[in-house]
Design a protein around this ligand. Structure first.
Ligand SMILES: Cc1cc2nc3c(=O)[nH]c(=O)nc-3n(C[C@H](O)[C@H](O)[C@H](O)COP(=O)(O)O)c2cc1C
Length: 368
């Protein structure tokens, strides 16, 4: 690779609490290896994250904040003392090698199944089912069920659950948290008109659709400080049968609502027709992380283009980081990248998780 290509990605970044060795972020990626019964992260997780700590910023896999917010098998949580202890081993392993790590806080809403929720129905803004699609469970792929609409009292409980998980994240040693408002999960289900058909204060109008996501952001910022809180959005993402009638209007309004808080960053996952990064960059004074979600992994060349265009300060990479744990070092050395993983992505043990070597064949020492 041409040296000039990887220059900007490899330059340090400093702003507010972020003091990062480079502008590369590990995108949040579910790997399904937590203990399914306890929600404690895998004993391999400290090694997995430390192997990738050459990224300026690490964002963990989605971590569920509420028992009904769990996506499927092997997803970790941040509610119990054991879970906090499991994550403390991860943050210590990353900090030992100078890394910075945020926990992604997640509630999946209707994107789960009673099999995963101990028989309970999934919850959502409204009782709108995902048709003609299936969801992964410990019993394999199953048809979606119709979720039940959250009551206003329950919505307040979910807001509190996000704040409590953020406090636990800080107790576990995380440098901050990222609120997951992307990819068709609960927060985006409130934002989209076709999944939120509520007639109360949490739906019905743009202000109504924004209310719950903004309350979550405010509560989490209130709990741990806005400068420890990032927000991830995927405007116009039509996955999981979401349809946002006017993504530009919705996300300009969301950004305007949370901008005064002084968040750590806005993380914009671009997909769909709306050029969200270019549109939101001038409306967001703080740090902006760009990620692209396409059929092939986001490339370093594309990351450089985004930085050169001034659309973002940092670029997040997902799939490339699975098979290239030392991605920044490889870009610095100009060595070829390993092809993306096709096996052992979700669930299992070391294979496909902690056994990808660094580019010189060095095996990164496992965390004891
Ligand atoms: C295996 C896998 C798991 C993922 N899990 C999450 C997740 O937990 N939270 C999230 O916000 N995005 C998740 N994503 C999306 C990634 O963060 C990222 O947006 C996507 O992979 C596109 O970036 P890339 O082209 O660099 O891979 C996941 C992606 C993959 C491939």
């Amino acid at each position: 690779m041409d040296d000039t290509v990887s220059n900007a990605l490899l330059t340090p970044y400093r702003r507010d609490r972020l003091d990062l060795a480079n502008r590369i972020a590990l995108a949040p990626m579910t790997r399904g290896r937590a203990d399914d019964g306890t929600g404690v992260p895998s004993p391999l997780a400290p090694t997995y994250y430390r192997q990738r700590a050459g990224a300026g910023l690490l964002i963990t896999e989605g971590v569920y904040v509420d028992p009904l917010g769990k996506a499927g098998p092997g997803i970790p949580s941040l509610r119990t003392a054991d879970q906090v202890a499991g994550w403390r081993a991860v943050t210590e392993a990353v900090h030992e090698v100078g890394g910075t790590i945020y926990a992604q806080l997640w509630h999946v809403g209707r994107m789960t199944h009673p099999t995963t929720l101990g028989g309970e129905l999934p919850v959502a803004p409204s009782a709108v089912r995902i048709d003609n699609a299936q969801i992964f469970t410990r019993d394999g792929l199953l048809d979606h069920v119709t979720p039940r609409a959250l009551t206003v009292r329950e919505i307040a409980g979910v807001v509190e659950a996000f704040a409590a998980a953020a406090e636990n994240a800080v107790a576990a040693g995380f440098d901050g948290v990222e609120i997951h408002s992307a990819n068709g999960y609960l927060l985006q289900q409130f934002l989209a008109e076709n999944s939120n058909v509520r007639g109360d204060a949490y739906g019905g109008s743009l202000t109504g659709r924004l209310r719950f996501p903004v309350e979550v952001v405010e509560a989490v910022a209130g709990a741990v400080g806005a400068d420890r809180v990032g927000l991830r959005v995927s405007p116009d993402n039509d996955e999981n049968q979401l349809a946002e009638a006017d993504a530009q209007e919705t996300y300009r309004a969301l950004v305007a609502a949370v901008a005064p808080l002084g968040l750590s960053y806005l993380h914009v996952l671009e997909r769909g027709r709306y050029g969200a990064q270019a549109d939101l960059r001038p409306r967001w004074d703080g740090t902006l992380i760009a990620n692209h979600n396409g059929p092939t992994p986001n490339s370093p060349e594309n990351g450089e283009r985004v930085l050169a265009a001034g659309h973002a300060d940092l670029v997040a990479f997902g799939r490339l980081f699975i098979s290239n744990p030392d991605l920044p070092a490889r870009l610095a050395a100009g060595v070829p990248l390993a092809p993306p993983a096709t096996e052992n992505v979700y669930g299992g043990g070391e294979a496909g998780y902690t056994d990808y070597p660094a580019h010189e064949g060095r095996v990164v020492t496992p965390v004891a």
